[in-house]
Design a protein around this ligand. Structure first.
Ligand code: NAP
Length: 293
């Protein structure tokens, strides 16, 4: 199959950007990858590892000559990145991102790209690791994973189709959603669980015997808190970017927790068991990427 693209420009050669570059090259979808990261040492490392072919000294130069561009920077850096590249964004170029939040990213694209916003197809691959950096980039990161595309009324139909083809060629299952629906859903199933994991660790650490307690913890604790080891800056940005939806989900959680605790306090064994049964069965039947029955 001939390559779909001549040149990929990756801005942010970390875990997500590096993995995309590797997967695109391995699939033969692109001939050349030009990369740029904030620290020249990251870009250099990405080239030494063979993740990118050419180091660009700026975001704008990473986009120059590209027919596909991926922004894989922290969501808070998205607007500045669009500003840095906007002079070279044209309708002949497919521009995507991988940000974990979508409304802020789409708003930034509208504000900055203006007439060329149609070239941008917002994307969120439901893939990742709790470790960051190009050292952990992996060409299989996206294989078999879901990717949510959140097009707007301005997104060019041809670009949307091409974006879908790219992710599918990397082995992903693609869904489309409005940015607002995306952010509401991921507040519930991703952002709140991270907040809870951080809070649980923090609550234990700040009590007198917390460190001793941690020494006793077993596999359940290990599963529950795996995501508490995630990248602090990335999660700071995600939680702030989606704060309204996150607060809504936290209120729902607080009500559920309050109700459960009330049953514990009042010794309501039957009610407690009924609630746990409902949760336990839903979790037992849950499969990643499938709607709950
Ligand atoms: P990462 O491994 O830390 O990579 C981020 C890269 O962006 C780094 O190379 C960093 O460069 C670069 N960067 C930071 N600010 C920049 C700027 N202003 N201009 C250019 N490059 C900049 O993080 P990641 O996990 O790949 O995350 C990237 C994006 O993917 C985030 O928006 C995140 O929300 C999204 N995402 C992550 C996951 C996950 O599990 N990790 C899952 C889904 C989506 P330096 O090395 O120089 O700092």
């Amino acid at each position: 199959m001939p390559a779909m693209f001549e040149q990929l420009g990756v801005i942010g050669c970390g875990l997500m950007g590096g993995s995309f570059a590797m997967a695109m090259k391995r699939a033969g979808l692109v001939k050349r990858v030009v990369g740029y990261s904030k620290s020249p040492s990251t870009t250099e490392r990405a080239r030494q590892m063979g993740v990118i072919d050419v180091e660009a000294p700026s975001a704008l130069l990473a986009v120059s000559g590209a027919d596909i561009v991926l922004l894989a920077v922290p969501v808070a850096a998205t607007e500045a990145t669009f500003k840095a590249i906007r002079h070279l964004v044209t309708a002949n170029m497919l521009v995507m991102d991988v940000g974990s939040t979508k409304r802020d990213v789409v708003d930034a694209a509208r504000r900055v790209l203006r007439d060329h916003v149609g070239a941008f197809v917002p994307a969120h691959p439901i893939a990742g690791k709790e470790v960051s950096g190009v050292e952990h980039a992996d060409p299989d990161l996206y294989t078999g994973r879901q990717v949510i595309l959140t097009p707007t009324d301005k997104t060019l139909a041809g670009h949307l189709k091409k974006a879908q083809e790219v992710w599918e060629a990397l082995g992903c299952h693609v869904q489309q959603m409005a940015p607002e629906s995306h952010d509401a859903a991921f507040a519930a199933v991703s952002h709140l669980p991270h907040l809870l994991a951080f809070a649980l660790m923090s609550g234990i650490l700040h009590q007198p015997h917390g460190k001793d307690f941690l020494g006793l913890a077993g596999p359940g604790f290990k599963d529950f808190t795996r995501i508490a080891a995630s990248d602090p800056k990335m999660w700071r940005d995600v939680l702030l970017a989606n704060k309204h939806e996150l607060i809504e989900q936290a209120k729902i959680y607080q009500r559920a927790l309050h109700y459960l605790l009330q049953q514990v306090e009042e010794g309501q064994g039957e009610k407690l068991e009924a609630l746990i049964t409902e949760a336990s069965q839903a979790r037992a039947h849950w499969r990643m990427g499938q709607k709950a029955k």
